[in-house]
Design a protein around this ligand. Structure first.
Ligand code: CU
Length: 177
């Protein structure tokens, strides 16, 4: 687990890095029910998602099971925003981590402090999420191969999901392979 995580931290540009404290959590990489990181040579559709205060546009997605989607994420807002794919449970865990980051000064409403995240060990690649500063763009390629029929897209920056920054993913019949 550790040997896998360390190279990812080094290879991925800072703006692509997700943020959780779960590096030591043995269950973290399993992402039960969510699916998996997609192969960029086999993308079924590309969807641009505009993120701002306090919305995702679009915020309602329907995919076939096994479909690979490239999300092009654009933070056109004035605040830091996150795009995280998860279930109610994983989003709640992630929100608690984000609360800690906010409290500890690793991020403000408008700025990501990558140096402080690094220093506290709270920065590594979160495969199913991207955290974007204002005007940042990122990509997330995901294969919706998990068992869940419905997933949640959420921004777990403190207060944002409660203010409406969430979306729904419905997963239907199997995608023809
Ligand atoms: Cu947000």
């Amino acid at each position: 687990m550790i040997t896998q995580s360390i190279p990812r931290v080094i290879l991925v540009p800072l703006m692509m890095l997700g943020t959780t404290a779960a590096m030591a959590d043995p269950d973290h990489d399993e992402l039960p029910g969510l699916g998996q990181v997609g192969d960029d040579s086999h993308i079924d559709q590309v969807i641009e998602v505009d993120m701002g205060e306090m919305y995702f546009c679009p915020d309602n997605f329907a995919f076939e099971r096994g479909e690979t989607v490239k999300f092009v994420l654009v933070n056109s807002g004035r605040m830091v925003h996150e795009f995280a794919i998860g279930t109610e449970e994983t989003q709640n865990v992630h929100e608690q981590e984000m609360n800690v980051m906010s409290r500890e000064g690793m991020m403000t409403t408008r700025v990501l402090r990558h140096d402080r995240m690094l220093a506290s060990g709270m920065m590594h690649v979160d495969e199913n999420a991207r955290l974007l500063a204002p005007d940042e763009t990122a990509e997330l390629i995901w294969t919706f191969s998990g068992e869940q029929d419905e997933l949640i897209i959420a921004c777990n920056v403190p207060g944002h999901r409660a203010a409406g920054m969430e979306g729904v993913v419905t997963i239907g019949a199997d995608h023809p392979s």
